[in-house]
Design a protein around this ligand. Structure first.
Ligand code: NAG
Ligand code: NAG
Ligand code: NAG
Ligand code: NAG
Length: 441
């Protein structure tokens, strides 16, 4: 009798011990991660830093919403014991629509040169140039967040990226070693992180207009809190993200869909009046033309020529009483700052309203003065939209550029195929520069 009891209680004790040990070993699962983003003064590129490789090293990267995956320069100084080439025919290879396989690389094995490795197109949108490079997996370390402050770093292995070349760094901001591709696809950084860290497949960007404060990218769930204590996730308005069946990248494999974020603009209004445009141009055709996408590499919204003409005409008409001044390239419509006056949301001009969605459910993204007007010097403000012109590459009709999304909070909810947006945060008396980057333990 006695031994039986004691062995039972021993078992119970050791079970208890096991339970408490395993729960002590598992840190609370982070719900979200973040990256700080700065705006480079000379190139206007948005820059972040990720920690990658073993041992971990910081890599400065330009962000690109429209790129299929993260890539870094592998030619120069790439040292890592955790570098793992992605084999031909593997899931990441197939799901990146790769049409290339390096069966045999001449030379000694090194990052960028391995046998039986999945080949990909590594693209720099700033010089519109690409090369082929291998896909690989690496360790990445990222700072978690509770939505209000940065928290502990967590590492994961197996994050897919592309191995690029030094010459592809041309025209990237100083010190930048590659591009953070935030595109909507299996090898896109958001989906890679979601799979690795088991956080929801969504991310949000908040870009600053100033080159002296830091904006932020969140990966995973809300809240998204900006000083003074405002959770902007409560202000999000949603519109569907649309598929474009044909890649809109400067370089891609046949059969590859676009990984860019398209939304359904159905009309444009200024001061409540519909701007007369050919709405057929707003649809995405089956060969991937037309439609509206969001870009972080185009500094200003780029419009198909007829839309550009109609929009500038309507804008000028809405400010008919205000004298224009000599335009400053690349813009065509400019005013003296003093004649426009100013408001909480920037220069006093009528908002440009993008009507989104479909006939049953529309929402409005209002572009206010701080996002529509660009200060080209101390005196002169110009309408910050440009004519896509004839060389307009692969013909997306409206490319919403970086100036128009600064201080607008955008959540790309990939899993639920929708975009959450706030319009200008200046209305809510905060900015993208107001995240509290002081770490909490
Ligand atoms: C690839 O395989 C060939 C043939 O086995 C070998 O000679 C070569 O060194 C290998 N290359 C690399 C980079 O491993
Ligand atoms: C509208 O645009 C479409 C697509 O470019 C074109 O085929 C059509 O002719 C245009 N319609 C008008 C009235 O210009
Ligand atoms: C803008 O207006 C100010 C004040 O009226 C004037 O001093 C300045 O010369 C004007 N600048 C231009 C470019 O017209
Ligand atoms: C930023 O966060 C830190 C850490 O929680 C806190 O001590 C500090 O007061 C916060 N700053 C502001 C301006 O609220």
């Amino acid at each position: 009798m006695v031994p039986k009891v004691s062995s039972l209680s021993l078992l119970f004790l050791s079970l208890l011990l096991l339970f408490s040990l395993s729960s002590a070993k598992t840190p609370p699962k982070p719900r979200a991660f973040l990256l700080p983003v700065t705006k480079d003064a000379s190139t206007k590129q948005f820059i972040t830093t990720i920690y990658q490789r073993t041992p971990l090293v910081p890599a400065k990267l330009s962000i690109d919403l429209g790129q299929q995956f993260l890539w870094v320069d592998c030619d120069k100084g790439y040292v890592s014991s955790s570098y793992k080439p992605v084999p031909c025919g593997s899931i990441p290879c197939k799901r990146s629509f790769s049409g290339a396989c390096t069966e045999s690389c001449v030379g000694s094995p090194s990052p960028g040169c391995n046998n039986n490795t999945c080949g990909q197109t590594i693209y720099n949108p700033f010089i519109r140039t690409s090369t082929t490079g291998e896909l690989a997996e690496e360790v990445v370390s990222l700072q978690s967040t509770d939505g209000s402050n940065p928290r502990k770093y967590f590492s994961t292995n197996g994050v897919v990226f592309g191995c690029g070349s030094t010459f592809l760094l041309e025209k990237l901001a100083k010190g930048v070693k590659g591009i953070l591709g935030l595109g909507n696809g299996y090898v896109g950084f958001p989906t890679q992180l979601a799979n690795a860290f088991r956080v929801p497949r969504k991310f949000a960007i908040c870009l600053t207009s100033s080159t002296t404060s830091r904006g932020v990218i969140f990966f995973g769930d809300s809240p998204y809190v900006f000083l003074p204590g405002m959770d902007v996730s409560k202000r999000l308005v949603y519109t569907p993200l649309l598929n474009n069946p044909v890649s809109t990248s400067g370089s891609y494999f046949v059969g590859e869909p676009s990984v860019e974020y398209f939304i359904g603009v159905t009309s444009i209004k200024i001061n409540g009046n519909v701007v007369p445009i050919n709405t057929t141009l707003l649809d995405i055709t089956k060969d991937g033309k037309g439609g509206t996408k969001i870009s972080t590499v185009d500094p200003y919204t780029k419009l198909e020529t007829s839309i550009y003409k109609a929009l500038t005409k309507a804008f000028v008409k809405s400010l008919a009483k205000v004298p224009r001044v000599k335009p400053v390239a690349p813009f065509k419509v400019c005013y003296n700052r003093t004649s426009l006056g100013s408001t909480r949301v920037g220069p006093g001009v009528p908002p440009i309203e993008l009507v989104l969605g479909n006939k049953n459910a529309t929402t409005s993204w209002n572009i206010w003065g701080s996002n529509s007007m660009v200060a080209v010097n101390d005196d002169v403000l110009c309408l910050g939209f440009v004519d896509g012109g004839v060389e307009f590459e692969p013909t997306t009709s409206i490319v919403i550029g970086a100036h128009q999304i600064e201080n607008n909070f955008l959540q790309f909810d990939i899993a639920n195929k929708r975009l959450g947006y706030t319009s200008s945060l200046l209305f809510s008396q905060t900015t993208c520069g107001n995240f509290n980057f002081t770490s909490k333990a």
